[in-house]
Design a protein. Sequence first.
Length: 238
Amino acid sequence: MVYKQISSKVIIGTIFERFNIDYSGFISRVPNWVHAAMRDLNIYSSLLNKTSPDTIVVADYKCAIPDDCKLLIGVSYLGLRLPRTDKLNQYVSDDMPNLIHSEHSYQPDNNGYIITTFEDSEEGELKFYYKTLPIELDSTTNLYFPLIPDDQNLIEALEWYILKRLLERGHKVREFSLSANNEYLNPALAWDKHKLKARNSVLAIDLDERNEISNMIRTFLYNKEYYTSGSFNYKETE
């Protein structure tokens, strides 16, 4: 697996270079777009625990999941943990309240929201507990950029995702179009293709890990009289 982390800011430079973009107003949106793309990629690496700010509220039984959420651990309401209606075995966190709410619950939808059994809430009453990417402050832009695995396939996939978001916001970039039936002209199609390559590339077993597994297999085959008691202990062969 890829363990080295780099700032996602590098993607901005490659986008300007590859696609000759003359508009810079999107830079402040890149951190949120990277968080959203990494959540879609479902790549977990060096994640940090985080609790949402007190400004999050429920309106009309809905509340948006924070943009930087990579893995949702749980939700609390009025200082009590909300049970999740669609999942029996839930994640736990030391940061969450121990007591569970007996009346209300929640359930995530597929659009980045949770659906609650109560209609609305005040600021500070609802909290998200989740894991997020590590971040790094860029002194030039004064923005916090997520750290991402240093993998070229991942970087290329994120470039296409950001280009897709630019077109969705109405920006013109060369001959690209979201209606084109060609992955080389449609960033949405390119993202769908390259995100699979990125996921496989980042999560693939590296050479050292392959060698370690190979050594373990050879050891097991050589010494059949091994036993375990919390850790592997090997008997000497006679």
